[in-house]
Design a protein around this ligand. Structure first.
Ligand SMILES: [Zn+2]
Length: 346
């Protein structure tokens, strides 16, 4: 039940709302098993055999090597001819080889580390696994990572995206960039009807964030707020927010760059500045981005380059790069990773 009943939340209260972290496939509940050779050893044989296996066949780092006197030898897929030959190729001494090749059986064991408790519990019946619980990842998986006030804010941003889209942007895509430190709106952008093919809503949003810092490269037909902290917010969107009972208490404004405390100072900074060298490509560092639609690959990459902290999106798209076609943010090789959340608001 909602406890934060301000006028702005009354309408939203009736919405069906959920928010789910989009995690990499390592965190899915289903586990993968592989086949392995195992054999039963007498207690006096264990220590010696284990020592050799650990150095010469160092598999199964995520598993306990011994379970009820059964020792894991190697994955069955590694064997080209016979297990005996395989052990010889790995210089296992004759004595240990003879011991290991007695009473061999095939077993199924988990293929990788458990990342979540639910995976760990599912793996246990197969073979004992090592597990290092990560509280934060558990909370992302369970959906308990946000406080109720945070959830409420995310819900309001989702509602604002929908309202701006339907009331001002002909149901086109919308994006909002927020500085989560003060829950303050830094920039807003909508898809533009006459845009060039690459001028997607997200690209406009990144440009509007740059404007808020005295930069911005694209020529917009929109009029922007002239308040020094609101340069990334088109005037029509600002007026709309201030006129709507549901949204008028939302905070708008970015922190001024460096030490500028007035528009005059900011203008001086701008005229003197080479913004690229001042801000580099890191202009959304620490910011959250709320999008009506799942971004395409180009836009998702632009958000990587601008170092966004978290992305929240509502509607999946068939060419979407965060859940539908790929999970771009789970690619380890990228030099920046944002978190992604899918908001369900119906
Ligand atoms: Zn795009």
């Amino acid at each position: 039940m909602d406890v934060l009943l301000t006028p702005a939340t009354k309408r939203i209260k009736t919405d069906n709302f959920d928010i789910k972290a989009v995690l990499s496939d390592e965190f899915k509940k289903e586990i993968t098993l592989i086949k392995a050779y195992s054999c039963r050893l007498e207690r006096q044989q264990l220590e010696h055999s284990l020592k050799e296996l650990a150095t010469k066949l160092p598999h199964f780092q995520h598993l306990k090597r011994v379970h009820d006197s059964n020792v894991l030898i190697c994955p069955t897929k590694d064997i080209q001819h016979t297990l005996e030959q395989h052990l010889q190729q790995h210089n296992i001494t004759e004595e240990v080889l003879q011991t290991l090749c007695k009473n061999v059986k095939e077993v199924e064991v988990p293929a990788s580390w458990p990342r979540l408790r639910v995976q760990y519990e599912e793996m246990l019946p197969y073979w004992p696994v090592k597990f290092h619980p990560n509280k934060y990842m558990e909370s992302l998986h369970n959906g308990t990572n946000f406080s109720s006030a945070e959830r409420q804010f995310h819900r309001r941003m989702a509602q604002l995206l929908r309202s701006l889209s339907s009331d001002l942007n002909k149901d086109g895509n919308m994006g909002i960039c927020v500085d989560p430190r003060g829950s303050s709106i830094v920039a807003i952008a909508g898809s533009q009807p006459e845009a060039l093919p690459h001028e997607h809503c997200v690209m406009w949003l990144v440009d509007h964030v740059a404007r808020s810092q005295g930069g911005g490269a694209w020529e917009s037909t929109q009029t922007f707020s002239s308040e020094p902290t609101e340069l990334g917010v088109p005037q029509s969107y600002k007026d709309y927010i201030q006129q709507q009972q549901d949204f008028q208490d939302l905070r708008i404004g970015a922190e001024l760059p460096r030490n500028c405390q007035s528009l005059q100072e900011l203008e001086q900074e701008q005229s003197a500045a080479n913004n690229l060298s001042k801000y580099g490509p890191y202009l959304c560092t620490g910011y959250d981005v709320y999008l009506l639609r799942e971004p395409c690959l180009m836009c998702a990459m632009a958000l990587v380059h601008s170092r966004v902290r978290r992305i929240f999106f509502l509607d999946c798209c068939k060419n979407g790069a965060l859940i539908s076609c790929f999970k771009l943010h789970t690619i380890k090789e990228l030099n920046h990773h944002y978190e992604v959340f899918h908001i369900i608001l119906t």
